[in-house]
Design a protein around this ligand. Structure first.
Ligand code: SGN
Ligand code: CA
Length: 528
């Protein structure tokens, strides 16, 4: 009897009812689940999603998952912010049901999670890297996670005994190595569930030193909406605090340190220092400076000469942002390659489900922005690629509307375990089979944060063509026709020719709020 079957038998002996269920439905060998995850990775910077960046910034390893499995082309989050997205993945529920509605909340570790079910169902479970839920991971046989947001250079990992250990190196590489080490030493009598969760490409977009300059010789295309004027939509767009122009910090984000500037005064914002640079060893700082300093001096000279227009400066910052962001993605892509190679080398590829995803999307200059939060396409969309040999058609591109509430039931379904009735998502497995599919036509979205980057609370519904957004604070609505206006530059909510669409979407919004038992709109206190 092979190892997996032996472990399956043990589960069946321990849980006779479950055993019945497993025998009827699960394949003989339950699949391993490798969940590769990053933070703030926009689909436009994954080449298998296509688009103008694909040619200049390919992600060959993530694309391996696409070629051998499926790319979900309409994958979305329930709440476009870090902790809430992670809590939704673990619980299969919208934020109001798992209690983690904003980054400032604390995850209640007593509640049901997919990790707990997989662990109890016979899986060897682990999470490594970014966690960001305040309380320590529960339901994992092994964990080693960053405190809070974590750092890029020489990061600290919290150990299972509660101590904090600092490791020299780059966060993405260290996370990968730790994941591989765990796989090597895991309990091989059981199938595994491993969540390998990177900090990158999150702010402050700090690349591995070996990748500095990787995108200097390519022309990075600019989004059409880089100079959005915020007309014709909700007034809060104009009062945002996430513009490359007005809010991209000179030292912190654009990497022009104060001590490099001589007597040249840069305009605002210049609020933060250089915490990542400060963490580096002298040798690391030298490498960083060797790359950034000459470019910074050239920019400062041009700036001081007065030859740069406001638009030139935005464009310079956009290029700097994108070069760094895409460089952090390059390390994530390499990590994916290493993990896939590990599966190949150890005979695990065939029976391992591999997922690549990220907690939400991100603005790569669209609407002039960095950051996320909005229900606009760039931040609402979440990458979701999945490979499962013999179960998923290689190169497929399912277009159904899926959401992060669906991950937990998918994992459980694949493992032959029962999904609790309270879970709000649906298993994606039926979408891999041929034939007609009974799937949802709309998605519910809820963003509850109170002020960071000055994005107001908003709630909405999206169908394949339309998006309705409600802003409770000002009791205003926006409606977008994604076919006519894919860049979401104009709300048609008050246009008479959209009366019928508006009525249908409002009814759908109310239906979903009822279905998911969403709470009434109520302003909460505080900023986070
Ligand atoms: C930090 C970032 C913000 C970011 C939030 C949420 N500032 O506060 O720019 O929007 O995290 O990101 S930073 O100075 O700490 O980088 S999330 O991915 O954790 O939700
Ligand atoms: Ca995030």
């Amino acid at each position: 009897m092979n190892e997996t079957l032996r472990s399956l038998n043990r589960v069946i002996l321990a849980f006779p009812v479950l055993g019945l269920f497993l025998c009827n439905t699960a394949p003989a060998e339950r699949p391993n689940i490798l969940f590769l995850f990053s933070d703030d990775h926009a689909i436009k910077s994954i080449s298998s999603y296509g688009g103008p960046l694909a040619a200049v910034a390919p992600t060959p390893n993530i694309d391996r998952i696409a070629a051998q499995g499926a790319v979900f082309t309409n994958s979305f989050c329930a709440n476009s912010i870090c902790g809430p997205s992670r809590a939704t993945i673990l619980t299969g529920k919208h934020s109001h049901k798992n209690g983690f509605m904003r980054n400032g909340n604390t995850f209640d570790p007593k509640q049901w999670t997919v990790a707990k079910s997989l662990q109890a169902g016979g899986y060897n479970t682990a999470v490594i890297g970014k966690w960001h839920l305040k309380t320590n991971p529960v339901g994992f046989d092994h964990w080693e996670v960053f405190p809070g947001q974590g750092n890029y250079y020489n990061p600290v990992f919290i150990q299972m005994d509660g101590t904090k250990k600092r490791f020299e190196g780059y966060a993405t590489d260290l996370t990968t190595q730790k994941a591989i080490d765990w796989l090597d030493g895991r309990d091989k009598t059981k199938p595994f569930f491993l969540m390998c969760q990177h900090k990158a490409p999150h702010r402050t977009f700090a690349p591995a030193l070996r990748h500095l300059g990787s995108f200097d010789d390519v022309q990075i295309p600019e989004p059409e909406t880089l100079f959005d004027n915020y007309y014709n939509r909700h007034s809060s767009l104009a009062s945002n605090e996430m513009e490359i122009d007005r809010h991209f910090d000179w030292a912190y984000d654009a990497k022009v340190r104060k001590d490099e500037r001589g007597n040249i005064q840069l305009p605002k914002p210049d609020r933060y220092g250089t915490p990542e640079y400060n963490r580096m060893t002298p040798a690391q700082k030298q490498e960083w400076d060797r790359y950034f300093s000459p470019q910074n001096q050239e920019f400062l000279k041009d700036y001081a000469s007065g030859s740069l227009s406001d638009e030139d400066i935005v464009r310079w910052k956009y290029r700097r942002y994108m070069r760094n962001y895409l460089s952090t993605v390059k390390a994530v892509d390499e990590s994916v390659g290493q993990m896939l190679d590990y599966l190949d080398a150890n005979g695990l590829a065939k029976n391992t489900i591999v997922i690549y995803s990220s907690d939400q999307g991100f603005f790569l200059g669209e609407h002039g922005w960095y950051d996320k939060r909005w229900m606009f396409e760039e931040s609402f969309r979440m990458p979701f690629l999945i490979r499962w040999p013999n179960m998923i058609q290689p190169g497929s591109r399912p277009s159904q509307l899926i959401q992060n509430i669906d991950y937990a039931p998918t994992f459980l379904d694949a493992a032959g375990l029962t999904t609790p009735a309270e879970v709000q998502g649906k298993s994606l497995l039926p979408l891999f089979k041929k034939g007609p599919k009974n799937w949802r036509d709309s998605l519910y979205y809820a963003y509850y944060e109170l002020g960071e980057h000055a994005v107001p609370q908003h709630f909405g519904v999206r169908t394949d063509r339309h998006k309705l957004i409600y802003f409770p604070k000002s009791d205003e609505w926006n409606l977008y026709d994604l076919e006519e206006d894919p860049n979401e530059m104009k709300s048609v909510h008050d246009q008479p020719d959209y009366k019928a669409v508006r009525g249908a979407l409002t009814a759908e919004f109310n239906r979903l709020r009822e279905k998911y038992e969403a709470p009434p709109f109520a302003p909460s206190k505080g900023r986070r």
